[in-house]
Design a protein around this ligand. Structure first.
Ligand code: ADP
Ligand code: KDG
Length: 313
């Protein structure tokens, strides 16, 4: 059946219980949009592989340990003398969080097209990319564009989550690069604003989706937060509501959604089934601290159908 491969920069995310400036208690998590997607897919039983460059340091060891524990193949990871990147997620107030990256000059940004060749040299079922990688460095940008090009040449289906990160680059810079990255993608996922960013002519999400479909993208999926998600396809537009859950940590919800959507796609589900599984994984992700810790195994997919506040005995 082949492997689902993804790559990018994995980070240690450090979550604070309060303001960082006063020295609030911290917890340590494995993160990075692509690592999150790989874990989500592996939990559901798909053969998933994550690639990238990790520092030859304790944080790199922690990320490898997390990947191994989650049964994500990391056999093609490269180590580098530069440090593993870190991000702080500060709970500044109970409702307002801030992200601070410590990733400039990190190992993760050293990814090259050669690393990508090594990573893709296998039986590939699917490749998942994000718009974070091209924002990391010149070489990482070359690497991710090369990966998309390799998929187009080899006719390997691939997906792109736009994941615009304004702390890494500007919207005009992203709008210059991302339309090239998503060319020929089977699935493009983003928030409505992100989808407008990658469709040069589109001013609304509907116009952006129509433009992307006409340029050969297979389907365009808009993540709508607590309102669920919508898929624009050649067969029409499909909408599905979110699952009602208590949100405790929304970071990582988008990656969980993507993992669920791709999992259903790999299983041959129709648009309704894909949106449903995406929303389901998003709901599991927001219910627990950490980007992916709360994600379900396949035998847990029905848990949320049983209602809120229930204890299963
Ligand atoms: P991102 O994390 O990329 O900003 P969203 O906030 O749109 O993405 O969330 C992604 C998906 O996670 C949504 O499409 C939805 O399925 C789910 N989700 C997000 N927030 C909630 C919520 N409060 N309740 C239930 N599901 C949610
Ligand atoms: O989607 C969650 C990501 O934002 C987080 O894990 C870190 O990859 C990350 C990034 O660059 O923001």
């Amino acid at each position: 059946a082949g492997t689902v491969v993804t790559f990018g920069e994995a980070l240690v995310s450090v979550r604070s219980a309060g303001p960082l400036a006063i020295g609030s208690p911290l917890t340590m998590h494995a993160a990075g949009a692509e690592l999150n997607v790989a874990v989500g897919l592996a939990r559901l039983g798909h053969a998933a592989s994550w690639g990238g460059v990790l520092g030859d340091d304790e944080l790199g060891e922690f990320l490898l340990r997390s990947l191994a524990a989650e049964r994500v193949d990391a056999s093609r990871v490269r180590r580098d003398v530069l440090p593993t990147g870190v991000m702080f997620l500060e709970a500044r107030t109970p409702d307002v969080s801030r992200v601070f990256y410590h990733r400039k000059g990190s190992a993760g940004a050293q990814l090259t097209p050669h690393d990508v060749d090594r990573l893709l040299d296998r039986d590939l079922a699917w490749l998942h990319l994000t718009g974070i990688t091209p924002a990391l460095s010149e070489r990482a940008r070359a690497a991710v564009l090369h990966a998309a090009e390799t998929c187009r040449r080899r006719s390997v289906p691939f997906s792109v989550d736009v994941n615009f990160r304004s702390k890494l680059w500007s919207a005009p810079e992203a709008a210059e690069v991302l339309p090239r990255l998503i060319e020929g993608a089977e699935v493009v996922i983003g928030s409505p604003e992100e989808l407008v960013l990658v469709a040069p002519e589109g001013k609304t999400v509907e116009a952006a989706a129509a433009e992307l479909l006409s340029r050969g993208v297979g389907e365009v999926v808009a993540k709508l937060g607590a309102a669920g998600a919508r898929a624009y396809t050649a067969q029409g537009v499909f909408t599905a509501p979110a699952f009602p859950v208590r949100a405790v940590d929304t970071v990582g919800a988008g990656d969980a959604f993507t993992a669920g959507y791709l999992s259903a796609r790999l299983d041959g589900e129709d648009a309704d089934g894909r949106l449903r599984r995406g929303n389901l994984l998003g709901a599991f992700a927001v219910g627990q601290l950490g980007d992916w810790e709360g994600l379900p195994r396949r035998d847990e997919l029905g848990l949320l159908d049983l209602g809120q506040g229930e204890t299963h005995r």
